[in-house]
Design a protein around this ligand. Structure first.
Ligand code: ZN
Length: 162
């Protein structure tokens, strides 16, 4: 009898609640140089930024430790990759005519298929996190203290559009 009552209460409660999720985020700071092709603003010249990437993970349930993830796992799977590949590096489009010059001088650089905008660097880090099996839903890249770009999942499962 009491089991039946509890079940009914639980179902009613579930139907009335919006689907709630856990989220965790970790900031990764890194310095990078770049320049943008096909662009007339200041970023067409070689220059650098002190960027901050914020990696957001999401899940419906926690593990038996009560965690979505150990923050140290984000460090191991994403931050170390950023440290080794993007930090203190020149991030350039593979079509940039300066690439052969840097290569001839033995200068370090990281090549992207696309223009190295904040949007595309956010996507690059997002795809890295995804390839490591992390439940990433958003990467936000702060290129300056005032400007950021994000790459994120367009919709979240279980939340109905209205
Ligand atoms: Zn820039």
């Amino acid at each position: 009898m009491s089991d039946t009552i509890l079940k009914t209460v639980s179902e009613t409660s579930t139907n009335q609640e919006r689907q709630a999720m856990y989220q965790v985020a970790r900031e990764i700071e890194f310095c990078y140089g770049h320049r943008l092709l096909n662009y007339s603003g200041k970023c067409r010249h070689l220059h650098g930024h002190n960027g901050i990437a914020i990696i957001t993970l999401q899940a419906e349930i926690l593990d038996d430790r009560g965690m979505l993830i150990d923050f140290g796992d984000i460090k191991q799977k994403v931050q170390l990759w950023v440290d080794e590949n993007l930090d203190h590096n020149m991030i350039l489009c593979k079509d940039d005519p300066i690439v052969p010059v840097l290569e001839s001088l033995g200068e370090r650089h990281f090549l992207m298929d696309s223009n190295p905008t904040a949007e595309n660097i956010a996507r690059l880090i997002f795809e890295r996190a995804l390839s490591e099996g992390l439940p990433v839903v958003k990467v936000q890249l702060w290129e300056t203290a005032k400007c950021n770009a994000s790459y994120q999942m367009s919709s979240q499962p279980g939340i109905d559009a209205q």
